[in-house]
Design a binder for this molecule. Structure first.
Ligand code: PEP
Ligand code: MG
Length: 584
């Protein structure tokens, strides 16, 4: 669906990011400029409307430039002539006049007309040998971008400053943007880009707000202040819902909240199967405040504390004391249950504004996580010291991310020992006996599990990255989201291998990737014998509820059957069939 049709109801389909339903006003956020514009054809009756939209966007652009000139500080006065020329260009026949013309001639929407003409005029300037005239192509780009912004109603905004209750609509939101969301203001969000395992979706699930990713062109279709419904259960966004749809969704929302309340009521009881096997369920957190949510949802500790969020949205690295205070808060809140602190998993899609290496062409394969820490040992040591100091107040386990082989485990452990030695020498209270584990999320580590098991007390399987690297599918790219399959036989086999190795070596094995939170996967995970599952806190009640309906003995035979299958389809069919047998 890519046609704007007055205020008719439009249904957009995307990728389920976070469950739940919200209904409210759209608020467009444009973080990336307006370089991707959707083309659609219009009928003769729409020409006047599209021309009027363009006219009003150009007028707004000129008014904005006038205001900028008026408010220009004295030291920038020499730039007035550039701004004046931008104002003239905005209303120039070459750009604006031509765009108006082709809306009518070619019967296309205003955005597309503007984009086409702007590219043409830019190319024309770039062809001129004279350097001054050639450089005017930049002016054309800047002016048309400003007009486009006004045309689409998109704004560059600071998410934390939004002060009305709205649903965000964005091309994309980075994990850093998402972590700025104020829950009392933002009801949910939808994005054109992104997939289910992206960190942005993960944060949405932790925040317990509905979200849909990978919509493709929602920002082109939805206008500011449009009423929209976000159906995170089905992955739908309904724009301009009819009264009938609104009524239906009010019912769906009520039923969903009711079921959630019932399941949550039972969430403090253990997750014991019908034949008496009990599974430990932990929460994943990004921020200190989320600890309360883990406890409220019946979590028995923190299985993954993604510490990188203390490093985002700020101007410089946090100090040891700052980190120590935060870790201490988490540890004290959850004690005597454990907190698994994962050391900095920075870069990839979580680059630091103040120390970014965005010149990497493949950031997911770049200087991420432990690789970064082993090159910036100052940053690493600061974090390790803070962890060891906070451990005095409860039960901390430290976990190293993105381990690819033995050398990295040994190097990371060496730094941990050095941190212990330094704290001892400085007479600073700390603990030196904390459990050390690694994430298994790179295929090479999974294959080396036998060797790595000798060095650590636990493995935690990170299925988000493990699936990404096993299948060579970018976890954040909506174009390949349909191929992102944690139930791929290769992924299942490698997980089973890691669990078996851990068992035979006598170390514990956990799972903290998103795979653990999908109830459909539970027969498999329980049957394989994982010791703990960790997930977004709000997923815990549902997972516990499902475990209580399973028999451990039956799950053992499901694993055997699944491991015999050669395709994702066969595995999914088998699991669906088992669910039906269980009446789920
Ligand atoms: C994972 O990769 O499965 C994981 C838990 O870590 P993250 O999602 O933070 O990369
Ligand atoms: Mg990971």
């Amino acid at each position: 669906m890519d046609k704007l049709s007055g205020s008719e109801e439009i249904v957009l389909t995307g990728i389920k990011g976070s469950p739940g339903i919200c209904i409210g006003q759209a608020y467009l956020v444009d973080k990336e400029g307006v370089d991707v514009v959707v083309k659609y054809d219009i009928g003769p009756q729409d020409v006047a409307r599209e021309q009027a939209r363009l006219k009003s966007a150009v007028k707004k652009t000129k008014d904005e430039i006038t205001a900028i000139i008026r408010d220009l500080p004295a030291e920038y006065i020499q730039h007035i002539s550039i701004l004046e020329s931008h104002k003239v260009l905005a209303g120039d026949k070459l750009l604006y006049g031509k765009a108006l013309e082709i809306i009518d001639q070619d019967r296309i929407n205003a955005e597309w007309a503007l984009k086409r003409i702007a590219s043409k005029v830019q190319a024309m300037f770039l062809d001129i040998p004279d350097p001054y005239l050639r450089s005017r192509s930049t002016d054309v780009a800047q002016v048309s971008e400003r007009i486009m912004g006004n045309l689409t109603g998109a704004e560059k905004v600071n998410i934390s400053k939004i002060n009305k209750r709205v649903i965000l609509v964005a091309r994309d939101l980075s994990p850093a943007d998402t972590s700025q969301i104020q829950l009392e203001k933002i009801m949910g969000f939808v994005t054109d880009k992104g997939g289910q395992a992206s960190h942005t979706s993960i944060i949405a699930r932790t925040l317990e707000i509905p979200s849909i990713q990978g919509l493709g062109n929602a920002t082109q279709i939805i206008q500011n202040e449009d009423i929209i419904i976000v159906d995170g259960l089905e992955g739908l966004v309904i724009v301009h819902p009819t009264d009938e749809t609104l009524l239906r969704y009010n019912d769906i929302q009520r039923d969903y909240e009711l079921r959630k309340a019932i399941v949550t009521r039972e969430s403090k009881s253990p997750a014991t199967t019908t034949d008496g096997y009990t599974m430990t369920l932990m929460g994943n957190i990004e921020l200190v405040e989320e600890v309360v949510s883990v406890l409220d949802h019946g979590g028995q500790g923190i299985g993954l504390f993604r510490t990188e969020f203390q490093y985002l949205n700020r101007a410089s690295y946090p100090s040891e004391d700052e980190l120590y205070e935060q870790y201490k808060d988490v540890v004290e809140l959850i004690a005597p249950e454990p907190v698994t602190i994962r050391t900095l998993d920075i870069n990839g899609d979580k680059a630091l504004a103040y120390d970014s290496n965005n010149d990497e062409s493949n950031p997911a394969l770049g200087l991420r996580a432990i690789r970064f820490c082993l090159t910036r040992t100052d940053v690493f040591m600061t974090q390790l010291r803070a962890i060891l100091r906070a451990a005095v107040y409860g039960n901390i386990r430290v976990m190293f991310p993105m381990i690819s082989g033995l050398e990295e485990v040994l190097a990371a452990k060496r730094h941990l020992h050095e941190a212990v030695k330094a704290l001892k020498k400085e007479n600073i209270p700390h603990r030196s006996d904390i459990e050390v584990g690694i994430m298994i999320e790179i295929p090479s580590a999974a294959y080396m599990a036998e060797v790595l098991a000798d060095e650590v007390s636990f493995f935690s399987i990170g299925t988000n990255d493990l699936t990404q690297y096993m299948l060579a599918i970018d976890r954040s790219n909506q174009k390949v989201a349909h191929l992102y399959k944690p139930l791929h036989p290769a992924v299942i086999r490698i997980i089973n291998h890691v669990v078996n190795v851990a068992k035979s070596k006598g170390i514990k094995v956990f799972m903290c990737g998103e795979m653990a939170s999908d109830p459909v996967n539970l027969p498999l995970l329980i049957g394989m014998g994982l010791d703990e599952l960790s997930m977004a806190p709000q997923a815990i009640p549902d997972v516990k509820d499902r475990i209580r309906k399973l028999s451990r003995e039956k799950t053992l035979s499901i694993v055997t059957d699944v491991l015999r299958q050669g395709s994702v389809e066969d595995i999914e069919r088998l699991i669906r069939c088992e669910e039906q047998k269980l009446g789920l």
